[in-house]
Design a protein around this ligand. Structure first.
Ligand SMILES: NC(=O)c1ccc[n+]([C@@H]2O[C@H](COP(=O)([O-])OP(=O)(O)OC[C@H]3O[C@@H](n4cnc5c(N)ncnc54)[C@H](O)[C@@H]3O)[C@@H](O)[C@H]2O)c1
Length: 247
C-alpha cells in the first residue's frame, strides 16, 4: 500500500482490541506492514487489515513475560530483521480502593503496564539501534496527570510509562524518536466493559468537548507520532483527551 509509512514495519502490542486495534488499522492504511502482538487472538484485526489491502501478521505474546518477549523478537528478526515503529499499547486496568488493593494486584498491573512496556521497548530499541533508527510510541493515560480515586496503581504505572518515555527519548536521540500518547476516556472494552450506559458515557465524558473519545481519534495521534509530520518531536506526550487535562 502507498502512504507515509510505506515499506516500514510496525509492531503494535495489545492489537486485538480497542485502541491497539485502531492504531494497527491506521498504520496499515498508511502503508506499514503491521505485526500484531497480543496475548489474545488478533485474528479479527488481521482480517480487517487484509480486507482493506494491508499487510499484517500475528505474533502472540504476553508482554510481561520476558521469555515470550524474546521469542517475539526472534521471530521478528527471522521474518523481517527490521523494525521501524513500536506502539507499546498493551495495558490493563484494575480499579479498587487502595485499602483493598493487594500486593498481587499491584504486581499483576505493573507486570503488563510498566514491565511489559520496558521489556518490549528494550528489545525494540535494540533492533532499531542495530538497524536504521525508528520511532517508539508508548501509550500512557491522562490519568498519569490527573490521578483517579480507586485507580492509584494504574495511574502510577502510566506515570512510569511517561517517565521512561522521556529517558528513552534522551538516551536514543537523534536516530530514534520516543514519544507518548496520553488518551482520555476512550470507547473500548477497558473503559466500558462492553456496556455503554448513558451514566458511564456522561461520567467519563465530563470534559470541555463533552464526550469520550473514539479509538480512531487516538489512532490518528499515533499515526502523527509514527510519521514524518512529527519529525521535530521527541520525549513529548500527545494528549487526545477532550480537554480534560490542559498543558
Ligand atoms: N480506553 C481508555 O479509556 C484508555 C484511556 C487512556 C489510556 N488507555 C490505555 O490504552 C491502552 C489500550 O487500552 P484499550 O482501552 O484499548 O483496552 P482494551 O482492553 O480494549 O485492549 C487492551 C489490549 O491489550 C491486550 N493485553 C492485555 N494484557 C496483555 C499482555 N499481558 N500481553 C499482551 N497483550 C495484552 C488485551 O488482550 C487487549 O487486546 C492501554 O494501555 C490503556 O491503559 C485506555
Amino acid at each position: 500500500m502507498s502512504g507515509a509509512l510505506a515499506g516500514e514495519t510496525a509492531l503494535v502490542t495489545g492489537a486485538a482490541s480497542g485502541i491497539g486495534r485502531a492504531i494497527a488499522l491506521a498504520l496499515a492504511r498508511e502503508g506499514a506492514e503491521v505485526v500484531l502482538a497480543d496475548r489474545h487472538s488478533a485474528a479479527e484485526t488481521a482480517d480487517a487489515i487484509r480486507a482493506s489491502g494491508g499487510d499484517t501478521w500475528e505474533c502472540p505474546v504476553d508482554v510481561g513475560d520476558e521469555a515470550a518477549v524474546l521469542r517475539l523478537f526472534e521471530t521478528l528478526r527471522q521474518r523481517r530483521n527490521r523494525l521501524d515503529i513500536l506502539v507499546n499499547n498493551a495495558g490493563i486496568l484494575i480499579e479498587k480502593p487502595l485499602l483493598e488493593t493487594s500486593a498481587s494486584d499491584f504486581d499483576r498491573l505493573m507486570a503488563v503496564n510498566l514491565r511489559g512496556t520496558f521489556l518490549v521497548g528494550r528489545e525494540a530499541l535494540r533492533m532499531m539501534v542495530a538497524g536504521s533508527g525508528g520511532r517508539v510510541i508508548n501509550v500512557a493515560s491522562e490519568l498519569a496527570y490527573l490521578g483517579r480515586a480507586n485507580a492509584s496503581v494504574y495511574c502510577a504505572s502510566k506515570g512510569g510509562v511517561l517517565s521512561m518515555t522521556r529517558s528513552w527519548a534522551r538516551e536514543f536521540a537523534p536516530d530514534i524518536r520516543v514519544n507518548a500518547l496520553a488518551p482520555g476516556p476512550t470507547e473500548t472494552p477497558m473503559l466500558t466493559g462492553g456496556s455503554t450506559s448513558p451514566e458511564t458515557l456522561a461520567k467519563e465524558g465530563d470534559n470541555p468537548l463533552g464526550r469520550i473519545g473514539r479509538p480512531e481519534e487516538i489512532a490518528a495521534a499515533a499515526v502523527f507520532l509514527a510519521g514524518p509530520a512529527s519529525s521535530f518531536m521527541t520525549g513529548q506526550c500527545v494528549s487526545p483527551n477532550g480537554g480534560a487535562a490542559m498543558f
